[in-house]
Design a protein around this ligand. Structure first.
Ligand code: NAD
Length: 482
């Protein structure tokens, strides 16, 4: 029986085939014990009319090997094509996106010689669920979903990662001064999980000033854990300021499967010219080798790669007359690494992946009592174009009754009725808040009866949101100006 680990490989588009060939050549020369199963994903598949960019037969290989080394792909312009990356991450539950961003000064130019930050990005939730609607002629909506188990998993993963790799601090970025429910939940869970890891420092930054600090003083950060959108943006920023987006690899980790890639895209303008830097994908492959239990091969590859950088053998994107000795193409760069297998870097810190870090289970562990949930009101969203807030308030107030009272109307979150300001700009998208008039819990039938009255009166309601309390505490936002 073969001792090799089967892995699924996609050569991708643009520069993908060249950097994948270079990566596989280097890791095989270093002794990687792998059997490659090739699948086709990306542009050609999209253009054959498969909107997901992946053939159904390819899923079979991925489900069997559970390890995917993927070159970047091109998503064709135009509507109708779903992001292959998002599809694979969510279908396989790859909840953690791990992106080490390291400076290789003085061999690769950077303003931050000491930078060594690991970005851990939540990969399945937030605004990336892609649940979007056009609701009125003026308004479109995107749903931001943050769950308790989703947040706990990624935050626990970040602390386990920090412990396994002897990192000192985990930083959380949120915007919970504005998004009190969604980012507020992420922050609250961060604090609860952090309390279980007294050996690791923790801190939370508001994402705007935190990003400014990261871009200005990356040395102040160690491991950073973020919700999906902030993580997507800041991992590119962090990779770029460390040296180049062409140099960073990434791991997408799930409980059962994992995907490894470069963080950059398919750079179509550089394709077919033997100029692309294969380092991002190679470092993705190093993370993969650690994951499949071949840390000694990962170590050989990584140290030989560091030595190649030190020897000034550089692709065009990192070439600089100050430090480079030779400008090489993709193939020659790979060859130079192979020639250095077994050598150690002289100046840069060598790596030593002694074993795959054993991350303790990151399953849900926080004990949450199920609070008592009560329906206390409903927000009804309308498309309405027949006048201003006072006319709408007057018309809707007539539909009160059956225990429901109209308490306010907002437009884009700002209170416009009662007692709104004439300066507030209004669109055709209105939110009418009804609360139980006697302070008692409502029955869903009262909401249905209200909608019936609205429909009979000719109102175009386009969305309803139930308003709940949990153990008596309101679990919905108030309005600006309320
Ligand atoms: P890109 O990352 O492909 O390229 C941006 C620029 O960075 C390139 O013009 C090139 O100058 C440089 N660059 C990137 N990788 C390099 C490398 N390995 N060596 C040398 N230089 C490199 O970003 P883009 O141009 O915005 O996107 C191109 C395509 O890639 C799009 O279709 C996009 O959807 C796709 N994309 C795919 C992935 C993925 O598959 N994971 C990620 C991002 C973008």
């Amino acid at each position: 029986m073969s001792q090799n680990t089967p892995i699924t490989v996609a050569y991708g588009d643009g520069i993908g085939p060249e950097i994948m060939a270079a990566t596989l050549e280097v890791i095989k020369a270093a002794g990687a014990r792998i059997d490659v199963e090739e699948i086709e994903v990306g542009e050609k598949v999209y253009l054959r009319g498969v909107p997901s960019g992946i053939e159904p037969s390819a899923w079979e290989s991925l489900r069997r090997t559970k390890v995917f080394l993927k070159a970047p792909i091109t998503t064709p312009q135009g509507g109708g094509y779903k992001s292959l990356n998002v599809t694979i991450r969510t279908m396989f539950g790859l909840y953690a996106n791990v992106r080490p961003c390291v400076a290789y000064y003085p061999f690769v130019d950077t303003k931050y010689p000491g930078m060594d930050v690991v970005i851990i990005r939540e990969n399945e939730e937030d605004l990336y669920t892609g649940i979007e609607y056009r609701q009125t002629h003026d308004m479109v909506q995107s749903l931001k979903l943050i769950s308790r188990p989703g947040s706990e998993k990624i935050i626990r993963y970040a602390f386990e990662y920090a412990r396994a790799y002897n990192r000192k601090k985990v930083t959380c970025f949120v915007k919970d001064n504005i998004m009190k429910q969604t980012d507020g939940l992420f922050h609250k869970i961060f604090e609860r999980v952090a309390a279980e890891y007294p050996d690791i420092q923790n801190e939370t930054w508001i994402v705007d000033i935190g990003s400014a600090k990261l871009a200005d003083t990356p040395e102040a950060f160690d491991v950073v854990v973020l919700p999906n959108l902030y993580g997507d943006i800041l991992s590119d920023v962090a990779a770029q300021i460390a040296g180049s987006v062409g140099m960073a690899g990434s791991a997408n980790i799930g409980d059962q499967c994992a995907m490894f890639e470069a963080i950059h895209g398919s750079a179509p303008r550089r394709a077919g010219q033997n100029v692309a830097n294969p380092s991002g994908l190679l470092l993705g492959a190093v993370l993969m080798l650690v994951h499949i239990g071949q840390p000694e091969v990962a170590t050989r590859v990584h140290n030989a790669w560091l030595r190649t950088l030190e020897d000034g053998i550089h692709t065009y994107d990192i070439y600089s007359e100050k430090v480079s000795k030779q400008k090489v193409g993709t193939k020659e760069f790979a060859q130079a690494i192979i020639e250095r297998l077994g050598q150690m870097p002289q100046t840069l810190k060598p790596v030593n992946y002694t074993s795959a870090p054993k991350l303790a289970s990151v399953q849900r562990a926080l004990q949450e009592p199920l609070e008592t949930k009560e329906l206390v009101g409903v927000d009804v969203f309308l498309e309405w174009r027949d006048g201003g807030p006072d006319q709408l308030g007057e018309a809707i107030k007539r539909l009160e009754g059956d225990g429901l009272q109209l308490t306010m109307i907002t437009n884009r979150g700002a209170k416009v009725w009662p007692n709104g300001l004439p300066e507030t700009f209004c669109t055709d998208h209105w939110r009418c808040r009804f609360l139980a008039s006697n302070g008692q819990a409502l029955r869903p039938q009262q909401v249905i009866a209200l909608l019936h009255r609205l429909a009979e009166a000719g109102f175009d309601f386009i969305q309803t949101e139930h308003l709940y309390t949990f153990d008596g505490r309101p679990a919905f936002s108030t309005a600006s100006g309320e």
